[in-house]
Design a protein around this ligand. Structure first.
Ligand code: HDE
Length: 681
């Protein structure tokens, strides 16, 4: 993005005044006093005690001592970027939300992705849901769409959230395991709270180990409302669809990445934006007329249910582009405060009891985490439109409100700031007619916990089903309590007998009895097999050494780059590698500094005078990539090496002597993402 374009972004303009360039400046205290010595504290004699008078030492150390704030209770590990959103067509018919009216109008956004369970320093490619929170800085105030990459949730009522999170987080007596659901308390919660069945199916699927934040869907989860200028409402569900398609890692690979690069997902996002490969997502909405609220065999207020896309199509209405990395992770990513209750006129709530509870929790949690009620004044949280009210004071207040009056109603300030009529943009809650008794109950319409879990299972491809079986076998294999293991087997027999029987066997439990589910419906949109398949931004490890055929290899490298792929050269040492005709290419990695699991595909070229060690390292990389179903290509010496590994005839393995033809076939193999046929073929 050009500097000129950047300055057109309202939020960026606003943030500018808070940015400070320290480089090249004189060192001062926080009071602006120039500091003459920053290495030695003030002492009574060169070898004597430090003295209290040393205000510079005290200020520096006190600030350091207070540098940490509480991490988020959930979603602590996250990474964010700035971007912009543009609607494709006016949504006037459905909503009066200003930022959804005019194609061509760009709304600044800030998006934070996260894992749920792990603490702030935990690894990123764990099995977990991912948060997908978007703040739209609209001219009518901030709108936050605080979603996940899974369209349903574990529980139906917010009052159970503390229980769910206590069960999922590391167990309190020994604080293990970190960022993992594979332990007794989580599965004990699942078995005893069977509304979790549907989300557990998603969490055990490939969706819970995304390849990249750039390659996962996002969902608002709850049913919301769109309200138009005439006051007419539609129920709405929100979707983010990644332009690169939805893709996942392999479980073994994901676990290894956690060791080799615990920052894998943030690095991927950061580097893509730095390379101008801006992540893009299309916003989709499922719309439902109010009259059709009861037209389905599930309750639209139940957050454990999705609306099958084949029944209620997703209308694509706009695009989000992430085009700028943060300047400072703490100031922006850590201090950003999302809240599903941050809405604009034209967007309203439903009575989903999970959503209703969230409307309390998010502000409440920021009060502790961000130290008081003025967190909206932090640069990243400020709306881009003016804001005025009678709130005053509190920790860290920055605004200097002028004048005598800080109450409503008043006459001294002509009763300002004054409420605004809805016809002039004042927010008016949707006037839903309500009646009922005060009860602590779950509606009967929320009681079917298994049909959509089976719908999800039925919609999976064969490899996806295998992965789900393995995930259950892994997770429950880590559960020590036999009774919990058996309870989970018996519970998931209601979803699929095939699934429950398979993992029962793997974990030494008694296979379930009974007939299993009668649900036969499936929803093709739920399978990642049916996603977009593109080679763009795929990282290809090119293994080569001195003496490679530079003329021919250039043809392949150029083609990979022209298809948007990122070839990175791996060799035995860093520095320049000399081709047979004298042309040089620079190595990006050595076998030591990278690993097979950090690439999407490999292209093996080789070179002259290869050492035994070089070949052994290559073999290790390629065997692992093959086991992770990755595309592998070879030309020149590489062909012989693949022959030695006896993988030449396997799906997704490409070789050849004609460089153009090879490159075309290799691009096709990479676009397919993974070659699961190796697994089941
Ligand atoms: Fe959250 N959730 N949540 N959640 N949630 C938080 O707010 C909560 C739920 C989600 O990047 C917390 O600022 C309750 C569903 C995301 O900063 C907290 C309930 C969905 C993020 C909180 C839910 C989410 C959070 C912790 C049950 C998907 C990260 C820190 C009623 C639609 C936001 C914070 C970010 C964060 C409460 C359920 C998504 C404690 C009570 C369902 C993406 O307020």
């Amino acid at each position: 993005m050009s500097e000129d374009q950047k300055s057109k972004n309202l939020k960026d303009d606003q943030l500018k005044q808070f940015r400070v360039e320290d480089e090249g400046k004189e060192l001062t205290t926080n009071q602006g006093l120039k500091v003459s010595e920053d290495e030695f504290s003030l002492k009574a004699g060169e070898r004597g005690p430090t003295i209290m008078e040393d205000f510079h030492f005290r200020e520096k150390m006190t600030h350091f001592d207070h540098e940490r704030i509480p991490e988020r209770i959930v979603h602590a590990r996250g990474f964010a970027a700035h971007g912009e959103f543009e609607v494709y067509e006016s949504m006037k018919k459905y909503t009066k939300a200003g930022f959804l009216q005019d194609p061509g109008k760009k709304t600044p956004t800030f998006v934070r992705f996260s894992t749920v369970a792990g603490s702030r320093g935990s690894a990123e490619t764990v099995r977990d849901a991912r948060g997908f929170s978007t703040k739209f800085y609209t001219e009518e105030g901030n709108y936050d769409l605080v979603g996940n990459n899974i369209p349903v949730f574990f529980i139906q009522d917010a009052i159970k959230f503390p229980d769910l999170v206590h069960a999922l987080k590391p167990e309190p007596h020994n604080e293990m395991p970190q960022a993992a659901s594979a332990h007794d308390t989580f599965w004990d919660f699942v078995a005893n709270n069977q509304e979790s069945a549907h989300m557990v199916m998603w969490a055990m699927s490939d969706r819970a180990i995304p390849r990249s934040f750039r390659m996962m869907e996002g969902f608002g989860v709850h049913t919301f409302r769109f309200v138009n200028e005439e006051g007419k409402a539609h129920f709405v569900k929100f979707h983010w669809k990644p332009v690169l398609g939805t893709h996942s890692l392999v479980w073994d690979e994901a676990q290894k990445i956690n060791g080799k690069d615990p920052d894998f997902h943030r690095r991927d996002l950061w580097e893509s934006i730095e390379n101008d490969d801006y992540p893009e997502y299309e916003l989709g909405v499922q719309l439902l007329a109010e009259e059709d609220e009861f037209a389905f065999d599930f309750d639209i207020l139940d957050a454990t249910k999705l609306w099958p896309e084949e029944d209620i199509p997703v209308k694509i209405i706009g695009k989000l582009t992430l085009n700028r990395n943060v300047d400072n992770v703490f100031a922006e990513t850590e201090q950003v405060a999302f809240h599903p209750g941050h809405v604009v006129p034209g967007i309203d709530f439903s009575n989903d009891p999970l959503l209703q509870g969230r409307l309390f929790s998010y502000t409440d949690t920021q009060l502790l985490r961000l130290g008081g009620p003025n967190f909206h004044e932090l640069p990243i949280n400020r709306p881009v439109c003016p804001f005025h009210n009678n709130q005053r004071d509190g920790f860290g207040r920055q605004t200097i409100n002028k004048g005598q009056v800080s109450y409503h109603k008043n006459s001294l300030a002509r009763n300002t700031p004054m409420p605004v009529d809805p016809s002039q943009g004042g927010y008016e809650h949707y006037q839903e007619k309500m009646e009922g008794r005060k009860v602590r109950k779950r509606s009967d319409s929320f009681k079917d916990h298994f049909s959509q879990a089976t719908l999800f299972w039925n919609s999976m491809s064969k490899p996806e089903k295998e992965h789900i079986k393995e995930a259950f076998s892994f997770e429950l294999g880590k559960v020590k309590n036999e009774s919990v293991r058996q309870q989970v087997v018996d519970m998931f027999a209601n979803v699929s007998l095939e699934l429950a029987t398979t993992f029962a066997e793997a974990i030494g439990a008694t296979p379930p009895q009974g007939e299993g589910s009668k649900v036969t419906k499936s929803s093709p949109a739920l399978s990642q097999e049916n996603t977009k398949k593109k080679p763009d931004t795929r990282k290809v490890g090119v293994i080569m050494a001195d003496g490679f055929d530079d003329k021919e290899v250039k043809v392949v490298m150029d083609k990979l780059k022209s298809e948007g792929m990122q070839p990175e050269i791996i060799s035995s040492k860093l520095g320049m590698i000399k081709g047979s005709e004298g042309n040089e290419l620079e190595a990006d990695h050595t076998f030591l500094t990278c690993d097979s699991v950090l690439f999407d595909a490999f292209y093996v070229v080789g070179g002259k005078d290869i050492s035994k060690k070089f070949k052994r390292e290559t073999t290790y990389f390629i065997e692992e990539a093959f086991d992770h179903f990755k595309p592998i290509g070879a030309t020149h010496d590489g062909v012989e090496w693949l022959k030695d590994l006896a993988i030449m005839e396997s799906p997704g393995v490409v070789s050849g002597k004609d460089m153009d033809k090879f490159a075309t076939e290799f691009v096709k193999a990479v676009s397919a993402h993974r070659h699961w046929e190796r697994e089941i073929g």
